[in-house]
Design a protein around this ligand. Structure first.
Ligand SMILES: C[S@@+](CC[C@H](N)C(=O)[O-])C[C@H]1O[C@@H](n2cnc3c(N)ncnc32)[C@H](O)[C@@H]1O
Length: 248
């Protein structure tokens, strides 16, 4: 472990809520979980997720949107400020965010409960040539049991995670509270949006217990406005909803 690793770990320890501690789980991957729940939804599904969800055709047909747009939103998020910590909450394999994190020069905490997703994230960072890898801390954490101090992050990304959470309001509140005073939240979620293919597929995923009851676009918009202020940036493309508190 070099001096820069020590600095990033010190930073991670600084933002952890009271009573939380980290352990090394794998080389370069830390955990705040106590190991009680060893299996998570995306373990063993990480490879198929990456294969399917990186496909332009799949996204266009099923969700009416594109991987390019997801990555552009993430890049806008990390470029929204020059400095300060970034949290990528439910980062998965960094499918749409790895490049943005590597290019932004900021310190990033990328957390997910699935160790398989985090291992893929690590591999992706290495493959993309990571001189910036050392600035990106991979952390196994459960964001429903939010492990970070209020006010810790300048920018929070939470992409494609909310449709897995029944307590959307609770999660949005935690994400908002984790922002510094002038911080920015960038969030995406699948929603029903009067698209027969996408809406039916969301219902199917719900029946298979893969996601929670699908929310409508209107429901998420109203929830976001209630929790984030009167005019958060909100738009949809196909079944993908984009929410941001960054009004520029
Ligand atoms: C649909 S994937 C999205 C991954 C990534 N953000 C992306 O856009 O490709 C949902 C991710 O959220 C993670 N996740 C769901 N609930 C979580 C929780 N309570 N704590 C941490 N991660 C969670 C899953 O493990 C999975 O990697």
């Amino acid at each position: 472990m070099g001096p820069s690793d020590t600095i990033t770990l010190d930073k991670l320890n600084e933002v952890l809520a009271e009573g939380r501690s980290i352990k090394l789980l794998d080389e370069g991957i830390y955990t705040v979980l106590d190991g009680k729940s060893l299996h998570h939804q995306y373990d063993k599904k990480a490879a198929i997720y990456d294969f399917l969800v990186s496909s332009r055709l799949y996204n266009r047909l099923v969700w009416g949107d594109s991987p390019h747009n997801y990555a552009a939103f993430a890049a806008q998020g990390v470029k929204s400020h020059q400095g300060g910590l970034v949290l990528d909450a439910g980062c998965g394999s960094l499918l749409f965010t790895a490049r943005a994190h590597l290019e932004c020069g900021r310190l990033v905490i990328a957390c997910d409960q699935s160790i398989d997703m985090l291992r893929r994230a690590q591999k992706r960072l290495m493959q993309l040539g990571g001189r910036g890898c050392g600035r990106i801390i991979l952390l196994q954490a459960d964001i429903s049991d939010f492990p970070f101090h209020a006010g810790s992050f300048q920018t929070v990304l939470c992409m494609n995670v909310l449709h897995h959470h029944s307590d959307a309001a609770g999660l949005i509140r935690h994400l908002k509270a984790s922002l510094a005073d002038n911080g920015q939240l960038y969030l995406t979620s699948l929603v029903k949006n009067n698209r027969p293919i996408g809406d039916r597929y969301l219902n199917l995923l719900y029946k298979k217990d893969w996601i929670v009851r699908p929310r409508s676009g209107a429901e998420l918009k109203s929830l976001s406005q209630d929790l984030l202020g009167a005019f958060p940036g909100y738009w949809t493309r196909g079944n993908m909803a984009y929410v941001t508190t960054d009004m520029r």
